[in-house]
Design a protein around this ligand. Structure first.
Ligand SMILES: [Zn+2]
Length: 317
């Protein structure tokens, strides 16, 4: 138990966290960063317990609960902590955990997971793109994990109209299956989710001054991904390569592209500019403008100087 709760000899792992809302390029950022820096790509790690419990797929192609990387770690975790996936999954749903005891349990579980990734697979750099939509306040949980060093928090954000349009196309499962799924309700939920996730990310950046945090617009990233990935690797202190022994991809949740071969090409998705109905475009524009005024997302006028974001504002067009 001592080693699990941060006792002597517990080596720290570097974690790079991607905050903000989904549909903003985080899967692409994650894939490029992990390839270049030799980091382990964990995907939306906050959902690990839920995905294992729900029989959902790992990017390696099999279900998380039988994945050759995650299944043995989870099996040992449940024995060592005398808990169940149901308990751990419950703690990561919604806004929980609420009590100090719950927070400690979750932090101890994650300490075990990071320790085992390190011990079994030599993983010392992890990219966690759980975002900040509220699921268990992942970013706050990570701060409490004794063997985690949060080296960089990336607040990735995208034009609201593009996010809403992406939601209208359906969720990742529907897109993967090729069935049309979205509706106006999905778009409305996307708009609310965008506000909440960006607000959470902004609050975190402002309140956690000791964590290096940056804001990055998807549009700027997609225009020159190589350049941004190099800058981000510099900021994380990940310049020298750091190999690990994980074979294949074992990311949790995220974009469907992670479960398919990818040729490395990046093409900014601009269909929303012509296909999103005018009423929605105007509404998104107004909400986004208000969000900038309230400093929920960086505004071009602020020069990106919000709180401790050391990254120059990348202008939204
Ligand atoms: Zn896997």
């Amino acid at each position: 138990m001592d080693s699990m709760t941060g006792g002597p000899g517990l080596e720290k792992s570097d974690v790079l966290f991607v905050g903000g809302y989904g549909r903003s390029g985080s899967s692409l950022l994650d894939a490029m960063m992990s390839a270049k820096a030799g980091a382990f790509s964990g995907g939306e790690m906050a959902s690990l317990f839920e995905w294992a419990l729900g029989g959902k797929p790992c990017t390696c192609g099999v279900m998380v609960d039988v994945c050759p990387l995650w299944a043995p770690i989870l099996a040992d975790l449940l024995v060592e902590m005398a808990t169940s996936l149901t308990v751990l999954a419950d703690l990561t749903r919604g806004g929980r955990p609420t009590s100090e005891g719950d927070r400690q349990l979750l932090a101890a579980a994650w300490a075990f997971v990071f320790r085992e990734l390190h011990r079994r697979h030599g993983v010392t750099r992890v990219i966690d793109s759980s975002k900040t939509s509220g699921r268990g306040s992942r970013e706050q949980v990570l701060l409490k994990v004794p063997n985690v060093r949060l080296v960089l928090f990336i607040h990735l954000y995208r034009r609201l109209a593009a996010v809403a349009f992406s939601r209208r196309r359906g969720n990742n499962y529907q897109l993967e299956a090729g069935v049309p799924g979205g509706s106006n309700l999905h778009m409305a939920k996307g708009v609310l989710g965008w506000v909440r996730a960006n607000l959470n990310a902004t609050r975190f950046c402002r309140s956690q001054r000791e964590v290096c945090s940056i804001a990055l617009a998807y549009e700027a990233f997609a225009a020159d991904p190589e350049l941004h990935v190099s800058r981000l690797i510099d900021l994380a202190g990940w310049k020298s390569p750091c190999p690990h022994a994980v074979t294949g991809s074992h990311a949790i949740a995220g974009n469907r592209m992670r479960r398919r071969p990818w040729d490395g090409a990046v093409s900014p998705d601009l269909a929303w500019t012509t296909e999103l109905p005018r009423g929605w475009r105007i509404a998104c524009h107004l909400i986004e403008r208000a969000a900038r005024r309230l400093r929920i997302v960086p505004s071009p006028e602020s020069g990106g100087s919000t709180a401790n974001w050391p990254y120059a504002e990348e202008r939204l067009s």
